[in-house]
Each structure stands twice: as C-alpha cells, then as structure tokens.
Design a protein around this ligand. Structure first.
Ligand SMILES: *Cc1c(COP(=O)(O)O)cnc(C)c1O
Length: 433
C-alpha cells in the first residue's frame, strides 16, 4: 500500500485550478500559497483526507487582497481607534482611488512645470476656515503638534498647564512628545486650576510659545479653572492650540467641542488637529494658522519627514470639500427617532421583540467630546452572539455591555441595515450559539 500522503495534490496543480488562478488575480499568489500549504499540512496531519484537499482550498479561497477585514461598526462609537477611526465618505474613497496611479500631485499640467504639493487640500481647508492665513497637512495629529512646537520653540520653552499634560493613548504622552523635539516644557498651574497669572509669571526670554491642549479623552469636573485662548494671546507670544478632534467649524451636536475656526478667531497663532477623528477623513495632521507661522512650519526641515503622500492629500481635500457627506457627521447627527425606527425594523426582521429594542447612549469615542452622550437605541441580544457576529462574513462589531450584545445602528449606513439583519439571523441559527 502506498503512503496516502502521496495522494495529496501538489502545489502547482492546485495553483493551476481555474478558480485558484482567478483568486490569485484578486489577491496575489502569496496568500494562495500559504493557504495551500496550510491545507496540505492538515492532510499530512490526518485532519482531512487527501481527496478533500482540493475542495478545502476552493472553499477557503480569499476574496479580498490583504489581511485587513472590513467591519460593520454596530458599536455606536463613532470614532473607534481599533477599527480605523473615521470611515471615509464615498467622495473621499473615489478621490483616493483616482490618486492611486500617476497623478499631478506636484505638477501643473498646463505648463509642465513643478507646482506646489498639496495645493488642492490646502485650498479646501482655507475655503472652510477663511480665518486661517495658511494651512499644512502632515502625517497625523501628533506630527502636527511636534512640528508646531519644534518650529516655534526648539531649544526654548513651551508653557503648558498641568491640567493639560495628557496621554493620548497607547502609552504616548504629550510631555514626552514635546521633549523629544528639543523644546523644554514649562508646566504652570495645578491639575484642576490654572490662572492667567500662572502663565504670565512663566513668560520670559526663554519662552518659545504657549501651548493649549484640549483634553479630548477625559474631563476634569468640579473646582476647576482654565485660561482661554483669547486671554493667552494678550501675553504677546505665539499660542498653539491642539484641538485634537479636527472640527473645522462648530458642530451643533457637540456644543462644547473646540473647533479650528473659533480658536483662530480668538487669536490662536496655530491650531493643530487630527484628520481622522471628527473631521472624518484619512489619518493626517491638520495645521491651520497665521500665514507667517504656517510658512515657518512648512519651511522647517522636520516638515519633510512628516509630509503626507498623494493618497492622504486626495482624501483630505475630498473630505473637506464635502464635510456634510462624511459618515462621521452623519453618525453624529442621526436622530433618535430615526434610530428607533430602524432598530425596531431590525428586531422585526430578525425575529426579536420590540421589547429587545433598548434606549442606549452612543459615544463619540477616541479623540473628541469625552463623555458626551449621544442618545439612541440598540437591539439587545445575548452576549455570546457578539463573537459569532464579529467572526462572520461580513464582520459585524456589536458593543458588549452589562452581559448583552448591543447592536447600535448609529454608525451603520442605512443601506446596510439589511446586511446587519442577515448577519444576526445567520448568527442566531449558528449551532455554536
Ligand atoms: C488624538 C489627539 C492627538 C494625537 O493625534 P493623532 O492624529 O492620533 O496623532 C493629539 N492631541 C489631542 C488633543 C488629541 O485628541
């Protein structure tokens, strides 16, 4: 008797199957080779019969390139760092796809001469925030802050309130970030209270700039006081305001969240922000400010190391040109009544009761308006269904709270409600449930 392992189909024979070759055109051959070798190994280990190898490879063929799996966000958390922060608008997706090939990012096609990189994105930002004399797009919010403090205060002092010495996540702390640029932090005030005289006492010949940071991921309540940008400008030094969230103009749904236009109107020299939080665009750092200050940042050698690629420029320009079309904006503004209606329909389509539709509070999430509740509704399902939904196709991410899986449609585009319903029906019938 010959060794049955000899009957395991060879790699080149499997790669030559028409369906496999077709999948290869979508995904590249590397993931197919790993799939084939994994399945062959299962046959060698006796987990499947050699005769099953071909069918098993065909069953598990990848449909998408890359390893990142699209997720339907049913958590009700609008800006969720673990699933890529802001989802892009249809318009921004199109712009990024168009920029993927050769593109005139630094060329004037009419003259053939070199043109200013990022002019379109900068123009779009200035059109929305005419209070700014200049704008710049860099790699992320942290890069924007580093560039601003380096260009304005390297080798000198940055004055900052002790109430604003924040950690932005994953162990990264603002003080460390600024110290890494060669500027020295001069802390003033206390955790809960800082007054104008604290800043005034610290100002001296060594001061490079005053920094204000919006506490975007925590709140200090009670006996507190902080100094506003307009008061700080009276000290005669550049004021850098890190708003974090990226609201360009005030947002009615988030009345306490600072926005770039208002901070500039109050006299901030430079405002820094993230592109992929409340702005609703791709990862980027947005810098808006007085023309001269922004030019100084643009000319700084570090700016070259923090510059963004054509895809980011395309995504930011298209996002800013149609802010009303961003999924983030739509998720913030969707009404409670609409959410309730859609959630009741979801319950009916999935065989659950209207009693399982419960009032919940959505969240803005990482990087803006901490603790601001967004009143809404969710379908409450057994806790154990969350993992089945998460590992299904498509992957649906519910929020686990108090022993339940809450399916919140706030961040689900309405046209995908049916997909969510189908995923819940499939998960509820899953024998693992
Ligand atoms: C999020 C945030 C940052 C960091 O921005 P990234 O885009 O994540 O680099 C800095 N400051 C504040 C206030 C923030 O909220």
């Amino acid at each position: 008797m010959s060794d049955p392992r000899r009957q395991i189909p060879r790699t080149d024979a499997l790669l030559a199957l028409p369906a496999v070759a077709e999948a290869g055109a979508r995904t590249g051959t590397a993931p197919l080779r790993s799939l084939i070798s994994a399945v062959q190994q299962e046959a060698r280990d006796g987990l499947i019969e050699p005769a099953q190898v071909e069918a098993e490879v065909l069953r598990r063929l990848p449909t998408r390139p890359g390893s990142l799996t699209p997720v339907i966000n049913a958590t009700g958390i609008v800006v969720h760092t673990n699933i890529g922060r802001a989802p892009l608008s249809r318009i921004a997706r199109r712009a990024i796809a168009d920029a993927a090939g050769y593109v005139d990012v630094e060329m004037d096609l009419a003259t053939g001469a070199r043109s200013r990189r990022g002019a379109g994105a900068i123009g779009a930002l200035l059109a929305v925030v005419p209070e700014a004399g200049g704008a710049l797009v860099v790699n992320n919010g942290a890069a924007a802050l580093v560039l601003a403090t380096t260009a304005l205060a390297a080798g000198r002092e940055v004055i900052v309130s002790r109430g604003e010495m924040i950690e932005i996540g994953d162990g990264f702390r603002l003080p460390d970030l600024i110290a890494s640029t060669g500027a020295r932090l001069r802390e003033v005030g206390t955790t809960n209270r800082t007054h104008l005289r604290d800043y005034a006492d610290a100002v001296g010949p060594e001061t490079g700039c005053i920094l204000k940071v919006h506490p975007s991921n925590f709140r200090v309540d009670g006996f507190t006081s902080a100094v506003g940008v307009s008061e700080l400008t009276g000290l005669g030094l550049p004021v850098v305001m890190d708003i974090g969230s990226g609201l360009l103009r005030s947002e009615p749904a988030l009345p306490d969240e600072p926005d770039a236009a208002s901070m500039l109107a109050q006299g901030a020299t430079v405002v820094t922000a993230s592109g992929d939080k409340l702005l609703g665009g791709p990862q980027a750092g947005i810098i808006l400010g007085a023309a001269e200050a922004v030019e100084r940042l643009r000319r700084h050698p570090l700016a070259r190391a923090l510059r963004v690629d054509k895809l980011t420029l395309a995504g930011i320009e298209a996002t800013v040109a149609a802010l009303e079309a961003t999924p983030v904006r739509q998720s913030l503004r969707v009404t409670e009544a609409e959410l309730r209606e859609r959630t009741v329909a979801l319950a009916e389509q999935t065989g659950y009761a209207v009693a399982d539709v419960v009032a919940v509070s959505g969240r803005v999430g990482g990087g803006g308006a901490p603790e601001v509740p967004l009143p809404g509704w969710a379908l409450a399902l057994p806790e154990s269904i969350a993992v089945t939904l998460r590992t299904g196709s498509p992957a649906v991410l519910a929020r686990i709270e108090s022993g339940r899986s809450l399916v919140d449609l706030r961040c689900v585009p309405p046209e995908q409600d049916g997909v969510v319903a189908a995923a819940i029906r499939a998960a509820a019938h899953n024998p693992d449930q």
